[in-house]
Design a protein around this ligand. Structure first.
Ligand SMILES: [Mg+2]
Length: 234
């Protein structure tokens, strides 16, 4: 990590008593053992059984959440069914999710320095709860804000989930920060004036996250946790 990056992270941390932490990426790879494109295809098959064909662009990223978005535009009844199927797939996926190295250290460092963490995710809350319980890290997370069932339009980049988490923590945007690995995390944060640190786990992501508004970008949650450990919450 460069000195400039450490400085930029330190500035954000020095103002932040609350951490809004994305789940898929900074905490774990939820679909590591059960490939996301496979789940997306299963949801597509479910849609086809209702006579709805799914355009290629809804599948191009292999992201099950894209299929949910598509279903919500197709029909209200369908989106409820696809939501149920996706929630079941996410719950199953948690058992083979791959923990992000340094994620538990990061949560620990937040606790040690007096910071309160909420997970804010487009994944469903029951799956996140199950993951944290299985990993023995549930006590390090004060609040879980998962997607609102069958309302994919309210997922990030919409800022509502961040706003709900801030409200649940009795926090405010001035003393909150976000850690996320998607441009949509930063679009949501920017919309309500919350600063954030990007976690770039793939090539090319760092530039995209910086463009989307990340104050700094790290490639490693362990490194980030070391910086956190040195800076007490305000
Ligand atoms: Mg993510």
């Amino acid at each position: 990590m460069t000195a400039d990056t450490t400085t930029a992270i330190s500035v954000v941390l020095a103002a932040s008593r609350y951490v809004l932490l994305d789940f898929d990426g900074p905490v774990c790879a939820i679909f590591a053992g059960r490939a996301a494109p496979l789940v997306a295809r299963e949801l597509t098959v479910a849609l086809k059984s209702y006579g709805v064909s799914v355009p290629d662009e809804a599948l191009s990223r292999g992201d099950p959440l894209d299929v949910l978005r598509f279903a919500s535009r197709a029909s209200e009844t369908l989106v409820a069914d696809i939501e149920r199927a996706l929630q079941a797939a996410e719950l199953a996926a948690v058992d083979t999710a791959l923990p992000t190295p340094g994620a538990a250290d990061f949560l620990d460092a937040c606790r040690q320095t007096g910071r309160t963490v909420a997970i804010v995710s487009n994944n469903s809350a029951p799956a996140i709860t199950r993951y944290l319980d299985r990993g023995g890290i549930a006590a390090l997370v004060a609040h879980i804000e998962g997607r609102i069932p069958a309302s994919p339009d309210l997922m990030k980049p919409h800022p509502l989930l961040l706003q709900r988490a801030i409200h649940a923590l009795d926090a405010s945007t001035e003393v909150a920060m976000l850690v996320g690995d998607s441009t949509t995390d930063f679009e949501a944060a920017q919309a309500i004036g919350v600063r954030g640190i990007g976690y770039a786990n793939k090539r090319g992501k760092a530039e995209a996250l910086a463009r989307a508004g990340a104050a700094a970008v790290v490639h490693n949650m362990t490194e980030l946790s070391r910086v956190v450990a040195d800076i007490p919450a305000p």
